[in-house]
Structures are given as structure tokens and as C-alpha cells.
Design a binder for this molecule. Structure first.
Ligand code: GLU
Length: 484
């Protein structure tokens, strides 16, 4: 009987939810849903100094924003708790002691100074740095002395010297790592009693019955170490899948240090990215569904996802492509949803001057020209502010031309005839004016737009006229026509 799929995301709450972690979480989520398995959130919070509740909140918020719901996690529990490593310190220690009892691990009393000296010697000899396993050979007398000195040991796991660790990775295929590249016997419990990541993660993944471990390819060397631990604990290891790293358009790894806030998922929420667009963009970065479908919902992705089809090569984060996805979703999501999401960006304006229906009309017009919803504040200023700025010199120049003044004077004359509730009818009147004056195209439309919006491009002219209404249209044109 094959067991139910259990996949997990195990972020460390030492920073905001990173774009790469979000993408890895998404692949775990899609895989678990596709296989009708469980998706689990576990917080790897053994770094007591850097872990912070504010990051935990950010991670939970970011995952939810992207549409991922976990089946078990720190906030909802589940049958295999706990979901925070700090709640399991004693348990890790017990498992480590079992390994010691079996001769597979040992207390190592080497002092930090000794290890520094070892590293220095290796550096001088141009050798790669590795622990020389000296702790395996302490005599009982030496140990007694160290204990008397007050040295507190770490626990190290014995790594075989000459061994190739290999596994079939669900994304990368066959992987082989020689233990010579692992760095010698590895610390599994620090002298503070806190378990090291590579050990805690194995104990947790066993305890929580994980069947699949899908994580970033920067963990490939850790996987080799972890496989040795699974063997020592007499357990089969889960299926591993290493997701390629995300790089920028210059091929540099996406990192907080180099890219700052641009790696923080919730920054995109603040800027006005649609979660549907972000999810879609992240999902298709390293995976293309059958039929090369580019636009898909999270539900569709759950049906189509295939971990074996995830690309082996680096994924490129390209903000232009993300903006393209975002623009698509801004235009195609239900208008009431986009209007709700637009409200916070418009909150500095007096919104009560418009009914909800009119606000939706405004958002409908503006979203056609937006890539990011946060830009709606600037793009829509002329709908909300009483006075507009026609600051651009080119626009101002245009309005000084005689032809432009003719168009605007004619519009003022015709205002009583505008069918204000009918955008097409409003536009037809402008076109009629053009016919009468023998003007069309930008000669006709630019002056009107410039007067109404302060710039020469913008949303549909008829709809803009209709929403602004007679009083505003009149006062804006009149103020421009005043002799300057
Ligand atoms: N805490 C590790 C990380 O955030 C988890 C890696 C794993 O999935 O095992 O990279």
C-alpha cells in the first residue's frame, strides 16, 4: 500500500517570506494537492537569536495571500505535532543519544580554538576545510580532563570517509555526492543542546511521516548528509526534489543583500500586485503545463502540476514578465474584486463624491492602462481632485495653439448638448466638433484630454467626460482657456 503523500514547507522565521521560499512552498502545495496528499507548514525556528514572531506572521500571511492553505501547521496543529522545532529540543537530544549508544555518534570536546587552528593549518596547506574527526579517538583520560576543565561537548555524527551518497532526485535526476565533500563528522547537536538543522530536519521529517521533500537546490549537499542520517536511524529517506534557484536578469542569485525588498513577497502586495498574478508567475517560472498554457489559476495548477516536469536550470525573475501577468489579471479579475483592492490606494481622496457604481466605472477605465494597482492613485488623480495640474510643458504648449483653443471653445459651447450618462454619446459630440472644424486625431483629442486629465493620453475619452460631468469639464476647460 502506498502511503498518502505528505509534502511540507519548512521556512526559518529569521526573515520575511522570500520569493524563492514562496515558489518552493507553491511547488510543494501544488504537488500535494495534485496527489491528494497533505501540505504541511513547519517552522524551523532553532536559530533562537534570529527567529522572530514578526517573521512568523509575515510567512503565514504571505503564504495565505498566494492562496496556499496548509493542512497542518503551527496555527492549526494536526496529528503529528509539534510544528515548531523549538518545542522538540529534548526529543532531538534523545535521538542523538541513541546514535551515541549505537556507536554512530559521539561527544566531541574539541574547543573552538582548536578548530580554528585546524582550519588555519588547512588553509596554509591549501586544503579544503574539513573536520579531521579527531574527536573519535579521545582516550577516556582525555575526556575526563576536558570534563574537569568544564568543556561542554557537541555531538558529532560519524560520516564514512570514502563513500558515494546517491539518490534519484525527482527534478534533477541521478545525484552523487562523495563524503569527502561533506566536511568530516558533522555536528548534530550544539554545545547549547540545540539540534543542528540537518539533524532536526531528518528527525522531523521522519516523525511527521513526510513522503516528499521538495526544496531549493542550495540544499543538495545537505541532502547527502541527511541521507546518511536516515540510514543511521534505520529509516528510508523520502523522495527528494531540488527546485532550481531563482536568479535575476543578470544571472545573479536573488538575495536580500543584493535585491533588498524585491525578494520580499508581501512587498508585492503593498505595491499592488494581484496574488493570482504572483502565484501564476511563480508557478510557471520553472514549470510549463502541458499545452504550454501560460495563464492559469491556482485550482487549475493543482490539477496540472507535475513535479517531474520542473526545469533543472535556473529560473529567471524578470519584473517585466511579472508585470505582464499582473496587467493581465488586473484587466480580467472581476471588477468588484479589483475595485475593493484599489480602495486602499485611493483612500487619500474624497471617495464619497462618487457612488460605488461610479467608482467601479473609474476602476474599469483606469485598470486598462495599469501594470500595478498601486499606480492607480497617480493615474486616477484627475477623477478625484478638484483641480488638476497641467504641468507638462508639451501639454501646456499644445493648449496655447490656436487650433487647440478652437476645439476647447467649441466643447464649452456644446456642453449643454452632452448626454452625460452616455459615454459613447459624449464622444460622438467631440467627433462632431472635429468634423465641423475639420480636425481629427490628436489635433482634436489631445487638447480635450489635456484639459480634463492634465496629459495627452489616458482612458477612454467618452467615459472620462461622462464620469467627470458637466461642471468639472466646464471649469477645467475654462481655466485653461483663460488668457495666459
Ligand atoms: N529551513 C530550511 C530553509 O528554509 C528548510 C529546508 C528544507 O526544506 O529542508 O531553507
Amino acid at each position: 500500500m502506498t502511503s498518502k503523500v505528505r509534502a511540507r514547507i519548512a521556512p526559518s522565521p529569521t526573515g520575511h517570506l522570500h520569493l524563492g521560499t514562496a515558489r518552493t512552498a507553491l511547488y510543494n502545495y501544488l504537488f500535494a494537492r495534485k496527489e491528494q496528499g497533505d501540505f504541511i507548514l513547519r517552522l524551523e525556528d532553532t536559530d533562537e537569536v534570529r527567529s522572530d514572531e514578526k517573521y512568523t506572521a509575515d510567512i503565514l500571511d504571505g503564504l495565505r495571500w498566494l492562496g496556499m492553505n496548509w493542512d497542518e501547521g503551527p496555527d492549526i496543529g494536526g496529528p503529528f505535532p509539534p510544528y515548531r522545532q523549538t518545542q522538540k529540543t529534548d526529543h532531538y537530544e534523545q535521538v542523538a543519544h541513541k546514535l551515541i549508544a549505537e556507536g554512530k555518534a559521539y561527544f566531541c570536546y574539541a574547543s573552538p580554538e582548536e578548530l580554528d587552528a585546524l582550519r588555519e593549518e588547512q588553509k596554509q596547506r591549501n586544503e579544503s576545510q574539513r573536520y579531521d574527526n579527531r574527536g573519535r579517538h579521545y582516550s577516556s583520560e582525555e575526556v575526563d580532563n576536558y570534563v574537569k576543565e568544564g568543556r561542554i561537548p557537541v555531538i558529532r555524527f560519524k560520516v564514512e570517509d570514502d563513500r558515494v551518497v546517491s539518490w534519484h532526485d525527482a527534478i534533477k535526476g541521478e545525484i552523487q555526492i562523495h563524503t569527502a565533500d561533506i566536511g568530516g563528522d558533522m555536528v548534530i547537536v550544539k554545545s547549547s543542546g540545540i539540534a543542528i538543522y540537518n539533524f532536526a530536519v531528518v528527525v522531523d521529517d521522519i516523525d511527521m511521516k513526510m513522503t516528499h521533500v521538495i526544496r531549493g537546490e542550495d540544499h543538495i549537499h545537505n541532502t547527502a548528509k541527511q541521507i546518511l542520517l536516515y540510514e543511521a536511524l534505520g529509516m528510508e529517506h523520502p523522495v527528494f526534489a531540488h527546485v532550481p534557484l531563482i536568479v535575476d536578469t543578470d544571472r545573479a542569485k536573488l538575495s536580500k543583500r543584493k535585491h533588498g525588498e524585491a525578494v520580499h513577497i508581501l512587498k508585492y502586495r503593498v505595491d499592488g500586485y494581484m496574488p493570482e498574478a504572483m502565484m501564476n508567475y511563480l508557478a510557471q517560472m520553472s514549470w510549463t503545463p502541458l499545452g504550454d498554457k501560460e495563464i492559469f489559476s491556482v485550482e487549475e495548477a493543482c490539477q496540472m502540476f507535475d513535479i517531474h516536469k520542473v526545469s533543472k536550470s535556473h529560473a529567471i525573475f524578470d519584473i517585466k514578465k511579472l508585470n505582464w501577468f499582473n496587467a493581465h489579471y488586473l484587466r480580467s479579475l472581476p471588477l468588484n474584486v479589483v475595485t475593493d483592492r484599489a480602495m486602499p490606494y485611493l483612500s487619500d481622496y474624497n471617495l464619497s463624491q462618487y457612488s460605488r457604481e461610479k467608482l467601479e466605472e473609474i476602476v474599469k477605465l483606469l485598470r486598462e492602462g495599469l501594470e500595478v494597482l498601486g499606480d492607480i492613485k497617480q493615474a486616477g488623480a484627475f477623477f478625484f481632485n478638484e483641480k488638476i495640474e497641467v504641468s507638462d510643458e508639451a501639454v501646456a504648449g499644445l493648449l496655447k495653439q490656436d487650433n487647440s483653443r478652437k476645439v476647447l471653445s467649441k466643447v464649452i459651447e456644446s456642453l449643454p448638448q452632452f448626454p452625460w450618462e452616455d459615454p459613447k454619446g459624449c464622444k460622438a459630440i467631440i467627433d462632431g466638433i472635429g468634423k465641423e472644424l475639420g480636425m481629427k486625431g490628436k489635433d482634436l483629442y489631445w487638447p480635450v484630454r489635456a484639459a480634463l486629465c492634465g496629459c495627452t493620453s489616458g482612458p477612454d475619452l467618452g467615459a472620462t467626460l461622462s464620469i467627470l460631468g458637466e461642471t468639472r469639464v466646464r471649469s477645467r476647460i475654462e481655466s485653461l482657456l483663460q488668457p495666459c
